[in-house]
Ligand binder design. Structure first.
Ligand code: ADP
Length: 286
């Protein structure tokens, strides 16, 4: 566990103050920008456009799109995206000392022990040592109250983005997930088109299809079967939902109801984070 103290990254250029909890949904596009994100605007222009530090966490059920949006934000803000699910899968693929133990746990949709996850995370953070301390975007960690407390003991998290989507859609999205075994690209063949009913809004999410050269190389995650996804959702409710309360009570939780697929959700997420013109400003400053 000592190695996780590497997470104590220096906050250099930016401080994001604690923020009130609020829910952002598609119907609230015109709501005032998120309090934490508002500090982006308050910062001097040089801070906005040059290197800055974020220490953010993505929470959300399996299939909600944590990896997709965390990776997009990581590219936009130029900070490392650290996904513990990827660390587990890399360890499995490397046939390292933990792989046979991990294989059974992951196949059944169970959580890996806190000790193993922290050891994998510490190893990954070790790879960042010596690089600019720009912060990080964590995806898939913390997933238990114990992990959240360990993280709190070693560093300050500025913001926790809690992505939300209805459960029937989560299942469809997990079952539609495909990965190209050659380029590592993530795709989704599920086509979601649920009509509005009894006051519940409908939702449309177009498939994210692979390019022609990936089609013959697509694989499915071993834990993306219906039975295992349902178990992962159950475990999320039991073990990870309390982590939402942990951050809600600390005023750090931004709830974001995904209004649809990437083309609809991405600009709204940027708006909720008060980052909607960040891309333009960055290119203009380049
Ligand atoms: N923080 C964590 N604690 C325990 N197990 C984890 C953690 N992160 C990932 N795992 C393991 O890796 C698997 C895949 O994780 P991830 O890709 O984040 O899945 P999901 O699509 O369910 O969000 C999990 O089902 C779990 O077995």
């Amino acid at each position: 566990m000592a190695a996780i103290t590497r997470l104590r990254l220096a906050k250099r250029s930016f401080f994001v103050p604690p923020l009130p909890t609020r829910t952002f949904s598609s119907s609230q596009v015109n709501a005032p920008p998120h309090a934490a994100a508002a500090s982006f605007r308050r910062g001097p222009r040089s801070d906005i456009l040059s290197k800055r530090c974020v220490q953010w966490v993505f929470l959300g059920c399996p299939g909600v799109g944590k990896g997709t949006y965390a990776s997009r934000l990581s590219n936009l803000l130029d900070v490392p995206h650290i996904a513990t699910g990827d660390l587990v899968r890399d360890e499995l693929a490397s046939s390292g000392p933990l792989s046979s133990q991990l294989s059974e746990i992951v196949k059944q949709g169970q959580l890996v022990s806190d000790e193993i996850i922290i050891s994998l995370l510490s190893k990954r953070l070790g790879a960042e040592e010596g690089k600019d301390d720009l912060g990080f975007i964590l995806d898939g960690f913390p997933r238990t109250i114990k992990q959240a407390k360990i993280l709190e003991g070693v560093t300050d998290i500025d913001l926790v983005i809690n992505l939300k989507l209805r459960e029937d859609v989560l299942l469809e999205k997990c079952l539609g997930r495909r990965i190209c075994k050659e380029c590592g690209g993530n795709f989704n063949v599920a086509s979601i088109d649920i009509k509005a009913e009894n006051g519940t809004p409908g939702i449309v999410m177009a498939p994210l299809l692979p390019p022609a050269n990936c089609i013959s190389k697509l694989i499915t995650r071993s834990d993306d079967t219906e039975a295992v996804v349902k178990e992962r959702l159950r475990i999320y409710r039991e073990m990870t939902q309390p982590v939402e309360d942990f951050y809600r009570n600390r005023g750090k939780l931004l709830e974001f109801n995904l209004p649809g697929g990437i083309p609809e959700s991405w600009p709204k997420l940027l708006h909720a984070l008060n980052l909607d013109d960040y891309e333009d400003k960055r290119s203009a400053a380049a």
